[in-house]
Ligand binder design. Structure first.
Ligand code: ZN
Length: 78
């Protein structure tokens, strides 16, 4: 398992997201953003909107996605 933070994925806080793959971590971030916004956290709204936009425009988001995957791959296993 590897750890990235909300901040690593374009979010505003340092919550640790743990996953076996970059996709797991991205899904965990998506869930975290949804939960934060649902709980009334305005600070996470822009990141949530960006994430929603990524699902809508996957091609335009390839650079972001590839960047996350590369950074995930470069992390030490822990
Ligand atoms: Zn966060």
């Amino acid at each position: 398992m590897k750890t990235m933070t909300c901040h690593d994925l374009g979010g505003p806080c340092d919550l640790a997201l743990v996953g076996a793959t970059a996709d797991d971590v991205i899904k965990a971030q998506d869930r975290h953003l949804k939960d934060a916004v649902a709980a009334g956290d305005a600070v996470h709204v822009p990141a949530r909107e960006e994430m929603k936009g990524r699902w809508k425009h996957p091609k335009r988001s390839m650079d972001w996605y590839r960047g996350v995957k590369e950074r995930f791959a470069a992390l030490p296993e822990g």
